[in-house]
Ligand binder design. Sequence first.
Ligand code: S3P
Length: 165
Amino acid sequence: MNIYLIGFMGTGKTTVGMALAARTGWTFIDMDQEIARREGRAIPDIFAQSGEAYFREMESDLLKELTSLDRLLVTTGGGVVLRPENRDLMKQTGFIVSLSADKESIKRRVSNQTGRPLLSGGELDQKIDRLLEERKGLYEDADIQIDTSARDVSDIVDEILAHPL
Ligand code: S3P
């Protein structure tokens, strides 16, 4: 089985995923990084040049591949939950950790980083609100849910590992 980290952009998936991989010794896979590596271009370029639908296909194809492997610590992109078949695949093959954060934390974290095409251009608050509304409920179907807003990474990792996998 694998561990899948799901959650909206800026909820700490990559940070927590790397720490969890270090603690468990499982192989860390960041899906966005893997897609960018395979494509030889950054995520915003994939969106701009080939469109979101193309990216979603790559994302689902990669997830399918990963589900046939074992002991992976998989950090997903925030939109992986949009397709029901992706949600089913993760459920069937692993333990799902859902991370959330309050809007201020999300804003602070995504403002410090670049490379999120769905949040670029226009008013950040409105974009976050709209996407959160569109995805309401999709991040709740998980084995464990953790709010990362004001917590240490090592605390979060402890809480996850306290659960029987
Ligand atoms: C997306 C989230 C991003 C990345 C892409 C689309 C989304 O990943 O996959 O920009 O639809 O929420 P992060 O959640 O790691 O930022």
